[in-house]
Design a protein. Structure first.
Length: 382
């Protein structure tokens, strides 16, 4: 590892030098693979600069070096670091459940800074004031309230990150309630008749996809990553049920598919499907390659490549029009969980089946559904 003494300029060792500046910080410079001299940033301590230099050297030696990454993971100067730079460093170090953030999540955070928080993107973090944020928030909240809430929440996260690093004394994000958004109306949920029409009218294998979403409550990314080994058939009192294991999902960055673990531990689960779906599932499995890792829904025969996120759209638009349904594909989860709740599933059972980690979300599926008279008839019968 490269080290330096407390002199004005440390001796060059190997690829890099660490220089103590007049302000007490340490500047790191190194030679990149093209022989150019590059400044990676300044650091609060010599030890941090040495760790950063060792990372750069390792990246160069392994062939994984990029100047953007080398600068991104360094320690920024708190006096000049902009919101855009802070966001880059936060994204480079942030993990969730020990895993890096999903590509789509990283892209969304990057988009929020570039397209929504534009007026702050290139301002030094320490110069952003509560007044500036309030001036931005008012018009943005009126224009696009949901997006404004997401952007404000991310801005607050970054400012809290800056406080923890002692770049600023306190966060300028002081607008109460600005991180939350509740639409005036709940998203439309299909009824049972609409679901049955869509399954019946859908062409293979889209009928299986709709059935899995509507009766299993699986997310789109979970469905399109399902493989033969995830399905087990079991018999109970003469009936055959299908049990599906979920521990992965596919996500997309433009047209590129990536497999990832679920974002929460609760999303790793096993779901048993209703018996009336067994024949539909078996019929589709008969068309899938015999090896355990074969995708249920692949782009082309034998390709073992995921469907693109856009392949669903034409058939989805067609069948929902036939059923007279105008809501989203994701609302099948709401249908699935509400139907399960009406069967008498406990709160914990609903959470387990849907892959939820908090009771607040699961409670949404125990809403009133127009069954009051039927329930009262049951009560009257004793």
């Amino acid at each position: 590892m490269v080290s330096s003494n407390e002199a004005k300029r440390a001796p060059r060792r190997g690829m890099g030098t660490i220089e103590k500046r007049g302000n007490g910080r340490y500047r790191l410079r190194y030679t990149d693979p093209d022989g150019r001299r590059v400044t990676s940033g300044t650091f609060n301590s010599k030890q941090i600069a040495e760790v950063q230099l060792s990372r750069i050297v390792q990246a160069i030696e392994s062939g994984e070096y990029s100047r953007r990454i080398a600068t991104q993971i360094g320690d920024l100067d708190s006096k000049t670091a902009t919101l855009r730079q802070l966001g880059e460093q936060w994204r480079a170090t942030k993990t969730r459940n020990g895993q890096p953030l999903a590509i789509t999540t990283l892209r969304e955070y990057e988009r929020l800074i570039a397209n929504v928080l534009t007026s702050f993107a290139d301002i030094p973090v320490r110069l952003i004031t509560p007044g500036q944020i309030e001036k931005w928030w008012g018009p943005e909240h009126l224009r696009a309230p949901n997006q404004a809430a997401k952007a404000y929440k991310h801005l607050k996260t970054l400012m809290d990150f800056a406080v923890k690093r002692h770049w600023i004394r306190e966060s300028p994000c002081v607008i109460e309630g600005a991180t939350s958004y509740r639409p005036a109306m709940r998203p439309e949920t299909p009824n049972r008749e609409q679901v049955e029409i869509m399954v019946r009218e859908a062409r293979e294998p889209f009928d299986v996809i709709i059935a899995l979403a509507a009766w299993g409550g699986f997310r789109k990314g979970e469905i399109l990553e399902l493989r033969r080994r995830d399905f087990v058939f079991l018999e109970d009192q003469g009936e055959i049920f299908t049990r599906v294991s979920v521990d992965r999902a596919v996500t997309w960055d433009n047209l590129q598919a990536f497999t990832k673990v679920p974002k929460t531990e609760g999303s790793i689960r096993t779901v048993t499907l209703p018996e009336f779906l067994t024949e539909l599932i078996k019929r589709h499995l008969a068309t899938v390659a015999a090896y355990p890792d074969a995708l249920l829904f692949e782009r082309g025969p034998g390709s073992n490549e995921h469907w693109s996120s856009y392949k669903l759209r034409p058939e989805w638009e067609r069948v929902r029009a036939v059923a007279g349904y105008t809501g989203t594909f994701h609302s099948f989860r709401s249908f699935a969980m509400t139907e399960f709740a009406q069967l008498g599933g406990t709160l914990f059972e609903i959470m387990s089946r849907g892959g939820h980690r908090n009771t607040k979300t699961a409670m949404l599926y125990q809403r009133a559904t127009g069954r009051e008279i039927d329930l009262l008839r049951t009560l009257s019968r004793g």
